[in-house]
Design a protein around this ligand. Sequence first.
Ligand code: G3H
Ligand code: 13P
Ligand code: ZN
Length: 309
Amino acid sequence: MPLVTTKEMFEKSMKEHYAIGAFNINNMEFIQAITEAANEAKSPVILQVSSSAIKYAGIKYLMKMVEAAVESTDIPIALHLDHGPDFETCKMCIDAGFTSVMIDGSKYDFEENVALTKQVVEYAHSKGVVVEAELGKLAGIEDDVNVAASDAMYTDPEQAEEFVRRTGCDSLAIAIGTSHGAYKFKGEAKLRFDILAKIKERLPNTPIVLHGASSVIPRLVEMCNENGGNIPGAKGCPNEMLKEAGENGVSKINVDTDLRLAMTAQVRRVFNEDPSVFDPRKYLGEARKEIKATVLDKINNVFCSGGKA
Ligand code: G3H
Ligand code: 13P
Ligand code: ZN
C-alpha cells in the first residue's frame, strides 16, 4: 500500500473513538521499529519528521527509508511534517512526497496564523496533501520557540471554530495542558478535558491533535539514570489521560520523547553492562527492540488503534 494521507484514518478514528499514534523519526532504527510495531498490531500509523530531523538525516534519506518501510508492511502509513516553521519548508515536504504537513503558526498572533495556515492549505490541497495547524501555545520548548510554562495559553474554543472555518485546515493541534519534552508537570498532571469537550462541540468533524503527549515512561527514565544518565524528576502525561483523550475526540497523539528515552536507555544499559562493546549493531539493535516494544504498548493499550488498519 502506498503512503496515504490521514483523511481516512482520522474519519474512522473519530467514528470509533480511538487515537492514532504519530511518532517522530530521525534514523533507520526508529522507522523500522515503529512500522514493524504498527504492522504487527495491524494499526494505521503516522511517521513524522521535524525540520531538525530533516537537517540531521536529509530529506532524501528519510524519504527512501520511509518508502522501504511502506514496501515492507501492509498498513496505512502517513508521512507528516511535524512543526513546519514556514511555507517554504511545507512546500519542500509536499514536493518531496509527504502526504501531510503541519504548519505551526502558533508563535504568531491569530490573524498572522490564519494567513500563513491558509497559504499552506491552498498549496497542500492543490497537491492532495492534508494540513495540520495549531492554535494555542504549549508550555515548554516548541522547536525553536520557548514558551515559558507560566505563559502557557490554552486553546480558545470559539477562536478554534473561527480558525478552522477561515483556514480550511484538515486537523487542529490544541493546547490543553501538555508540553514537549521530559518535564511536563511540576505538580500533579492535569489536562483540561473541559476545553477539549468545548472544542469538539464546536468542531465535531475536525480531527484534534495532542502534541507533547509522551508519558515519559518511568521504567525508561530509571534505566537511563541507573546507567549513568542524569534526567531526574522527569514527568509525563499519564496513560489513563491519554486514553481518555483518545476516547473523547483526540485523533492524533504525538510521541517523540518516549522513543528518545527508549533508545537512550538501552544504549546506556549495553555500554554500562559491557564496556567492551563497540559494534553499533549490538546497542542499536537493543535500542530498536525497546522502541518497538514502546510503540506496540501505546498502540494496543493506550491509543487503542490496534486492529484498525
Ligand atoms: O515537538 C517537537 C519534536 O519533539 C521534534 O523535536 O525538533 O528536536 O526534532 P526536534
Ligand atoms: P513529546 O515531547 O511529549 O514526545 O511530544 C512530541 C511532539 O509533540 C512532537 O510534535
Ligand atoms: Zn509537537
